[in-house]
Design a binder for this molecule. Structure first.
Ligand SMILES: C[C@@]1(CC(=O)O)c2cc3[nH]c(cc4nc(cc5[nH]c(cc(n2)[C@H]1CCC(=O)O)[C@@](C)(CC(=O)O)[C@@H]5CCC(=O)O)C(CC(=O)O)=C4CCC(=O)O)c(CCC(=O)O)c3CC(=O)O
Ligand SMILES: NC(=O)C1=CN([C@@H]2O[C@H](COP(=O)(O)OP(=O)(O)OC[C@H]3O[C@@H](n4cnc5c(N)ncnc54)[C@H](O)[C@@H]3O)[C@@H](O)[C@H]2O)C=CC1
Length: 218
């Protein structure tokens, strides 16, 4: 399986199953997509900003639901294996992505695994184990959260710095050196994490140093 980032803005996601797992997937996709959850019962959970429809389609009905909702992705999160299998078949026949929550390895074409995710916007890190060990994905997410602290702010600094350097016609090789120095500087990481510096301040410091260096050149 190959990790990709998929933009679900304006897309629909159809979730079958209103248990804790269906709720978790609904919350996740509702960040961007229009989510519809179909289930005979809904656990007392947060389903995010999703539409809930009370129904218990049998395996022969799921294709009709998919055709009606016309989703980009279908999630099979019921506790009924025959229903989940029918959902996967119907999605595959229609070329729609499918996430089966009740399956680990041996996945079919078009199937999607939902990774454990760390967000430090705009930085995103996803962890998966090929479906083998979801508990490990969850554990590693916890570990990585600490490592990634400040990465969002660092991304903002790099992006603004690149624009500034381009605007000043700094040569591409020199631009790369400067950005690499910033991103590998333990002092800047610490300053961003502790809030003792911020994006405009870092950029002012770096550009100040760069113009001094320029001035020193023969
Ligand atoms: C294949 C996959 C399909 C998919 O759902 O996309 C899948 C499948 C299954 N999960 C099962 C169990 C558990 N899943 C979790 C947790 C998470 N599971 C997630 C993803 C995935 N789970 C995909 C693979 C990801 C990968 O490659 O690693 C996470 C990362 C993302 C999310 O779901 O949002 C989320 C953590 C989110 C976070 O906190 O960051 C926990 C831990 C807990 O609940 O505390 C347990 C109990 C402990 C255990 O069993 O490991 C079972 C057995 C059911 C049974 O029979 O009992 C199956 C089915 C099977 O394995 O056959
Ligand atoms: N991917 C993951 O992280 C995990 C996956 N699982 C798997 O996912 C499945 C769902 O997990 P839970 O939410 O904990 O189970 P659950 O049993 O609490 O919920 C299942 C939901 O499916 C609904 N349902 C039953 N028949 C349906 C139908 N025909 N159409 C639509 N909805 C229907 C039920 O009303 C219930 O709301 C489990 O059977 C298990 O195999 C379990 C734990 C974690």
């Amino acid at each position: 399986m190959i990790p990709l980032l998929h933009d679900f803005t304006g897309a629909r996601v159809l979730v079958f199953g209103g248990g804790p797992v269906g709720a978790r997937k609904a919350r996740r996709f509702a960040r961007e997509a229009e989510v519809v959850v179909v289930s005979p019962a809904f656990a007392d959970r947060d389903f995010g900003d999703s539409e809930r429809v009370r129904a218990a389609p049998d395996p022969a009905d799921v294709a009709n639901w998919i055709d009606r909702v016309d989703p980009a992705l279908v999630v099979a999160a019921t506790d009924d294996e025959a229903v989940n299998a029918a959902i996967a078949d119907a999605a595959r026949e229609r070329g729609i992505l499918v996430n089966r929550a009740d399956e680990s390895g041996g996945r079919d074409p078009g199937s999607v695994v939902v990774p454990a995710t760390i967000r430090e916007d705009p930085v995103v890190v996803a962890v998966a184990t090929g479906g083998r060990a979801p508990a490990l994905s969850k554990y590693l997410r916890g570990e990585l959260e600490e490592t990634l602290s400040g990465a969002g702010e660092m991304a903002t600094v790099c992006s603004a710095l690149r624009s500034e350097l381009k605007a000043r016609d700094v040569a591409p090789t020199r631009r790369r050196e400067i950005v690499t120095d910033v991103v590998t500087s333990p002092d800047i990481w610490t300053a961003l994490r502790t809030g003792t510096s911020n994006c405009p301040q870092v950029i002012e410091d770096v550009l100040g140093e760069e113009s001094t260096t320029d001035g020193d050149r023969p």
